[in-house]
Design a protein around this ligand. Structure first.
Ligand SMILES: [Zn+2]
Length: 209
């Protein structure tokens, strides 16, 4: 049995789309933006880890962008104008992506289909196995190490995680981790404000449990 959802999650739950993974391994209910930053997984059937990240561009600012495109979208689509902010200079040669990003209002965008390898984890290892991108789904939350995430983000993340686990049951609750867990010393996201018990409380029972 899952613990009851916090009242703040119940309040927004009615506005969260019913997410499902479709036959093309895309998330129905997400906005789709096709990133060029992906390649083939070594084994497309091995999707067995969920990595939670956070990102904000510029760092600590939410909702910023140019020409109707958020800077986060632009980064993952390979369209970021590195001259738009001094902090973007360091991103100039970076080719990165995630499968999904959940923005502050709870809206979710997909950049890479789940059966393809997105480029989010970098040098990483989980349970003795390196190159986590090979077998992981990466979800970015618009956020930073200094501020809490929004109620809408937790509501969407819980619903999306349940939809992913129905489709990819190898993602057991023990295999839902933060970027900082698989790249310790190198990465701090999703950061000290990410509420792991709140995510775990939103998860449906383990498939087959
Ligand atoms: Zn990360």
């Amino acid at each position: 049995m899952s613990a009851p959802l916090p009242a703040s999650d119940r309040a927004v739950a009615g506005r969260v789309p019913a997410f499902t993974v479709d036959a093309a391994q895309r998330l129905a209910g997400a906005r789709q933006q096709a990133s060029p930053h992906f390649d083939q997984r070594p084994d497309a059937a091995d999707i067995s880890l969920l990595v939670i990240h956070s990102i904000s561009l510029p760092p600590g600012q939410f909702g910023a962008g140019d020409g109707g495109l958020s800077y986060i979208d632009a980064l993952f689509l390979g369209q970021l104008d590195w001259r738009a902010h001094p902090s973007f200079e360091s991103l100039r040669e970076l080719r990165v992506s995630a499968h999904l990003c959940i923005f502050r209002d709870g809206a979710v965008t997909q950049y890479v289909p789940f059966d393809r390898r997105a480029w989010h984890a970098g040098v990483s290892a989980f349970d003795g196995r390196s190159r986590c991108n090979d077998f992981a789904i990466g979800i970015e939350l618009e956020g930073c190490d200094e501020q809490p995430f929004s109620d809408a983000q937790y509501a969407t993340l819980g619903a999306v995680t349940n939809a992913l686990r129905r489709r990819y049951p190898a993602i057991t609750s023990a295999r839902i981790v933060g970027h900082s867990d698989i790249a310790p010393g190198r990465k701090t996201d999703p950061g000290p404000h990410f509420d792991w018990p709140r995510l775990r409380a939103a998860l449906e029972q383990e498939p087959g449990a």
